[in-house]
Design a protein around this ligand. Sequence first.
Ligand code: NDP
Length: 311
Amino acid sequence: MSERVVIIGSGPAGLTAALYAARAGLEPLVFEGFMAGGVAGGQLMTTTEVENFPGFPDGITGPELVGRMRAQSEKCGARFRPEDVDRADLSARPFALWAGDEKVEAQSLIIATGATAKRLSLPSEERLWNRGISACAVCDGALPIFRGKVLVVVGGGDTAMEEATYLTHFASKVVLVHRRREFRASKAMQARVLSNPKIEVRWNAVPVDALGEKVLEGVRVRDVASGAESDIPASGLFYAIGHTPNTALFAGQLERDETGYLVTRGRSTHTSVEGVFAAGDVQDRVYRQAVTAAGSGCMAALDCERWLAGA
Ligand code: NDP
C-alpha cells in the first residue's frame, strides 16, 4: 500500500507541512534526514538564539523550536523515519522513493530538503576541513581548538555577522573577511559587528588558501583591488557565504532554476510534476527565514490535501 503523503525534510517547512497534513488526517510519513542536509531538523539546529520567530518574545534556541514543532506534528499523527531518501523516481504515480534498499511508494510528495552551506574550495580545504575549517560557527565555535585564538569568518551577509559576533565569546579576536567594501547584512546586525571591539573587518579581501599541515595555522587572503596577498595567522576559518539548495536527488525530474532551486508554479507550492510540492529553502532563494519556511510548509500541505482530494 502506498503512503498518501511523504514529506522529505524536517526543518520548519517539513514539520509544518507534517502538522497540517496530519491534522487533515493524511497520516504523513516524514523522512527526517540523517546526513544529506548536514543535520536532521535543518539549519535551525545550528542556530543559537532565534529572536524573530513570532510568539517567542524572549527568543528561543533553534533546536528547541525544531523540537517543539516536531512534537506538535507527532502529537497530531505525523510519523517519522530518521533516514535520508537517497533515490526518487517521480516518472509515474505512485512515486517511488528509496531509503537504502527499502522502497516506499507515495501518492503525493512534499519536498522540504532545505539548503546546505557553501564552501570556498580552497586548495587545502579538504585536508584542513574539521581541522580548523568549518561552515558552522554555531556548531563548532566552542571547541577547545578555537578558544582564545584568532578566528577568521568569511562573508558579508547576516550569517557572517551572526557568526562573527558569536565567535567573539571564544576567540581572542575575530577577523571578518569580506570581498566588497559594503556588507549586505541588515543594518542592525552590521552595527553589532562594527561596534564590537573584538572584530576586525578586512574589506575587499578573499581567502585564496588555508595554511597549516595538520591543523589550520592561518589564512592567505588576496586584496581584490591590488592583488596583493597576505597571511592572517589564525586557528579557525568559518565560511558564511550562503547556501546551495538540496535538490540533487531530483535533477532531471523536477524543474530547477539556474542555481538549483526547485521552481514552483505561481504563488503555489506545485512543482513541475503533478502531486509533488516544494516548501521552504529548497524553493526560496529570497526570504529564507524560519517563519517563511514554516508558512510555505503550511501552503504545501494545503495544496497537497486539495490535490489529493481531486486526484
Ligand atoms: P547571503 O547570501 O545573504 O550572504 C552571503 C555572503 O557571502 C555575501 O556577503 C557574499 O558576498 C559572500 N560570498 C558569497 N560567495 C562568496 C565567495 N565565493 N567568496 C567570498 N564571499 C562570498 O547569505 P547568508 O547566509 O548570510 O544569509 C542568507 C539569508 O538568511 C539572508 O536572507 C539573511 O538575511 C538570512 N539570515 C538571517 C539571520 C537573522 O535574521 N538572524 C541570520 C542569518 C541569515 P557579496 O555580498 O559580495 O555578494
